[in-house]
Design a protein around this ligand. Structure first.
Ligand SMILES: Cc1cc2nc3c(=O)[nH]c(=O)nc-3n(C[C@H](O)[C@H](O)[C@H](O)COP(=O)(O)OP(=O)(O)OC[C@H]3O[C@@H](n4cnc5c(N)ncnc54)[C@H](O)[C@@H]3O)c2cc1C
Length: 456
């Protein structure tokens, strides 16, 4: 048995874990990261980054297919799917080596292997016992199958979907949340025939209804067959195809992607022995500084409540590292975290939907402006995008922002920032925006909420 000791040991090197480790090291803590698979975690290796890399190829293809609208004649275009995947791998290795470089720069030790907690809340990796003043659990989440199904063969999860070696001729995606919508939109535009199933009544079920409606229209325009309020069952995986039923129909596809749920990766952690408690959903219980029920042990990212997003994991990592170093930290406001979906059309949102704001009894004002209302929408070729600002009239507070259309994932940040700086929609309405930009539609939506829309 080898022994070593650190001020801070982080288990998991995803966006939660690696950021926590860097912050701890910046604060002078002798820090190690334990990783059982690849540096960068699932986000960089299998999830966010691979997804966006392949989607970028689909986006370029979409632009090329619209080239004639811009006076450009382009010859025939072919998808070289292997090259698309090679680009994905190259991006992943660039970014993951970047994280390894940051570990070296910050003198963070990397320990390879699967970690668990000991009864005294130290860390065990194989036959190595590591004493740690602070442990930050950042082991992320794993895919969960639909009831009655199991992964394997041609029934795959979202991470495997982005790494498929061949462009499937026919693909079904179960779950039209962010990941499912991205897979459907990416593969459909690259040339697959795609069926998208959602058990609830709208695609992107957690988004504002106006936004989901426009996304559904956009997905259908890409040729995707969208089935909402539809359950998939009787999944049978064979050597060359997967068959399943939906409603009273049945069909066969090359791959069935289950994008309908994930759960915390806690199995190996030996939490009970260390006294770390879980909540009723199986997530690790933490307080507002990400402290678990065991002294000196923190948990962040997909292991704890709140939206399962990389930037949320990173922010929690910073809070945990700072709190453990004795700094005063701020609790995270989950509602103010931007949510980004990179399907076409892009979706960016934060805060409450219109329906939630009304249910919660706010005196709601809504400002809705299509991209076409401002010059940028026409110039850049997206008049159908929409910005929807949700405010409450008493104090002019910004309580929700919802954007669908080109660059929505970037545009939403303005509303998030203004709210973070305690500004409201009345301020957004009066901040000067550059022209001609799509951000002018954000300003106009704020003006609409304030009752003085100029362009419309
Ligand atoms: C297909 C897909 C696309 C996504 N796209 C986006 C997106 O665009 N934007 C976004 O914000 N979020 C996205 N997400 C969500 C995002 O990936 C997660 O929220 C994020 O990865 C969580 O970060 P984390 O640090 O908690 O864990 P992870 O990234 O899951 O990293 C955890 C790491 O811990 C390691 N580990 C686990 N157990 C142990 C152990 N016992 N010992 C040692 N190491 C261990 C794992 O090997 C892994 O490397 C996506 C998710 C999926 C599945």
């Amino acid at each position: 048995m080898t022994e070593s000791s650190y001020d801070c040991v982080v288990i998991g090197s995803g966006p939660g874990g690696y950021v926590a480790a860097i912050r701890a090291a910046q604060l002078g803590k002798k820090t190690a990261v334990v990783e059982k698979d690849k540096i960068g975690g699932r986000c960089l290796n299998y999830a966010c980054i691979p997804a966006k890399s392949v989607l970028r190829s689909a986006d370029i293809l979409s632009e090329i297919s619209e080239a004639q609208d811009y006076g450009l004649r382009v010859g025939s275009v072919e998808v070289d799917f292997q090259a698309v995947q090679e680009r994905r791998q190259k991006i992943v290795s660039t970014l993951t080596s970047g994280v390894s470089g940051l570990f070296s720069k910050n003198k963070i030790d990397v320990i390879e292997g699967e970690a668990s907690l000991t009864g005294s809340a130290d860390v065990q990796v194989g036959d190595r016992q590591i004493q740690a003043e602070t442990v930050i659990l950042a082991t992320g989440s794993v895919k969960r199958p639909l009831p009655g199904t199991q992964f394997g063969g041609r029934v795959i999860g979202t991470e495997e979907a982005w790494a498929i070696g061949e462009l499937p001729a026919r693909l079904a995606v179960v779950g039209a949340g962010a990941s499912g919508a991205e897979i459907a939109s990416g593969f459909a535009r690259l040339g697959s025939e795609v069926l998208l199933f959602e058990a609830l009544g709208q695609v992107l079920p957690t988004e504002d209804a106006d936004i989901s409606r426009l996304v559904e229209r956009g997905l259908k325009k890409q040729g995707i067959q969208v089935f909402t309020s539809t359950l998939v069952g009787d999944v049978k995986d064979a050597a060359s195809a997967v068959s399943f039923t939906y409603g009273s129909e049945s069909t066969e596809v090359d791959y069935l992607v289950i994008a309908a749920g994930r759960g915390p990766d806690v199995e190996a952690l030996n939490l009970t022995a260390a006294g770390v408690e879980l909540d009723e959903r199986g997530l690790i219980k933490v307080d507002c500084a990400l402290r678990t029920s065991t002294k000196g042990v923190y948990a962040i990212g997909d292991l704890v409540a709140g939206p399962a997003l990389a930037h949320k994991a990173s922010d929690e990592g910073i809070i945990a590292a700072e709190d453990s170093a004795g700094l005063s930290t701020h609790p995270l406001s989950y509602l103010d975290i931007p949510r980004a979906t990179f399907c076409t059309p892009n979706v960016g949102s934060f805060g409450l939907t219109e329906a939630q704001a009304r249910e919660q009894g706010y005196d709601v004002v809504v400002g809705k402006v299509p991209y076409g209302a401002v010059g940028g929408g026409t110039v850049y070729g997206d008049r159908t995008g929409l910005v929807k600002v949700i405010g409450e009239s008493k104090y002019g507070e910004l309580i929700g922002g919802h954007i669908v259309g080109s660059r929505a994932t970037e545009l939403i940040q303005e509303l998030v920032n203004v709210r973070a700086l305690e500004g409201g929609y009345t301020e957004v309405a009066r901040i000067i925006h550059g022209h001609p930009t799509l951000s002018e539609a954000v300003m106009e939506a704020a003006r609409a909420a304030d009752g003085w829309l100029i362009h419309g």
